[in-house]
Design a protein around this ligand. Structure first.
Ligand SMILES: Cc1cc2nc3c(=O)[nH]c(=O)nc-3n(C[C@H](O)[C@H](O)[C@H](O)COP(=O)(O)OP(=O)(O)OC[C@H]3O[C@@H](n4cnc5c(N)ncnc54)[C@H](O)[C@@H]3O)c2cc1C
Length: 284
């Protein structure tokens, strides 16, 4: 059972950071993951009085405070529009609405959980995290780092034009994903992110020649299958109680292929290309 001796609702981030340097103290997010542990916490540090529970939008980016809940992410129209709906899609199967009303983006990304839908989807976008001491770093770099005692203050998502898709496979509807795949083709490049491998989500870049063919909706079904196979080959998978490494490898190929077909369809719809060459109906 989780035990907390003292509770402090901090007035500044500096105060939170100072308290968080002691190993037995802990920042609180929505506490949904934390409460499952047997940790003995000396001082629980509550950031909820710092106004970090808002999603702000301007012409260049979204700035998402660390206390923003998964439900706020799910319901935000601007984020849905700029992410082709993948943020909404990535959180919609996480337990239930009451749960998503409490779980925070800060806790979800700081935890860098191997099973994370949230990390997988945000890695596909042009995302940065703002750390209190560490400043602004790409989410990709942050995801590769080990945990430290910094504070994740905000998540910044740049409004980089592009198209994205998100797919998962779950053994039952609200279970952890067996595998999660996000694909983005954006102005600066195309990438495939594979999460719940069950290791931490990883990013594989799609080379520019393929990206261009995708964006012009100029791929045959055979080419899309070939590309999916090449990308899936680069993703190491592991086994746990939900699935074996071999099954995940197979799933990676299937989900990447479906995602590529979907993306290709969307680009075709944008450009008015005849879909006889590679429509969704060709994905299996
Ligand atoms: C039963 C269950 C099922 C789940 N299923 C899924 C799923 O299918 N897909 C999925 O993606 N996720 C899933 N999750 C994870 C969930 O969505 C959240 O990611 C998780 O609960 C962490 O968010 P939280 O707000 O509860 O953080 P907390 O539990 O409060 O904190 C998690 C960790 O992050 C630290 N922390 C929190 N905020 C900050 C911050 N701002 N700066 C620094 N450190 C911070 C805390 O100290 C703690 O160590 C599941 C969780 C549970 C309990």
């Amino acid at each position: 059972m989780l035990k907390i001796r003292e509770y402090v609702k901090v007035k500044t981030l500096e105060e939170a950071y100072e308290l968080n340097q002691k190993r037995s103290n802990r920042i609180l997010g929505g506490m949904l993951w934390m409460k499952m542990s047997d940790a003995q916490i000396q001082t629980a540090i509550d950031l909820s009085g710092l106004g970090l529970d808002q999603i702000e939008e301007n012409e260049e980016e979204f700035s998402i405070g660390c206390m923003v809940t998964l439900r706020q992410l799910e319901e935000h129209e601007g984020l849905a529009k700029w992410s082709s709906g993948i943020i909404r899609e990535s959180v919609k199967d996480i337990v239930g609405v009451q749960f998503r009303n409490l779980a925070t983006i800060g806790g979800s990304l700081f935890g860098r959980f191997g099973f994370s839908d949230v990390l997988t989807a945000f890695l596909a976008l042009d995302t940065y995290v703002e750390l209190f001491k560490g400043g602004l770093v790409t989410l990709k770099e942050f995801a590769e780092r080990e945990r430290d005692n910094d504070i994740l203050v905000r998540v910044i998502v740049k409004k980089t034009p592009g198209r994205q898709v998100y797919l998962t496979h779950r053994n039952t509807k609200t279970d952890f994903p067996v595998l999660a795949v996000a694909i983005a083709a954006e102005r600066d490049g195309a990438r495939v992110v594979v999460g719940a491998r069950p290791l931490r989500a990883m990013c594989v870049n799609v080379d520019d020649a393929w990206k261009e063919k995708l964006e012009h909706a100029d791929c045959t079904p055979e080419e899309l299958r070939e590309l999916a196979g090449e990308l899936a080959e680069q993703v190491p998978t592991g086994s746990n109680m939900r699935a074996s490494a071999a099954y995940r490898k197979h799933l990676a190929n299937v989900l990447i292929r479906r995602g590529l077909f979907e993306l290709h369809d969307r680009f075709a719809a944008d450009t008015g290309v005849d879909m006889d060459k590679g429509g969704q109906q060709n994905a299996d």
